[in-house]
Design a protein around this ligand. Sequence first.
Ligand SMILES: [Zn+2]
Length: 44
Amino acid sequence: MKELVGTCSGCGKEIYCLEGFFNGVVSDDKKTIKCFDCAEEEEK
Ligand SMILES: [Zn+2]
């Protein structure tokens, strides 16, 4: 099962929920989502 959740606020990549696993990171205010690549970039 693959469900489109939204698009990454950093690169615009589509982020999916795969079999219950959210393939991205939700920001603290829960308004934006990011893919793992962009979330990692921000942490650096
Ligand atoms: Zn991204």
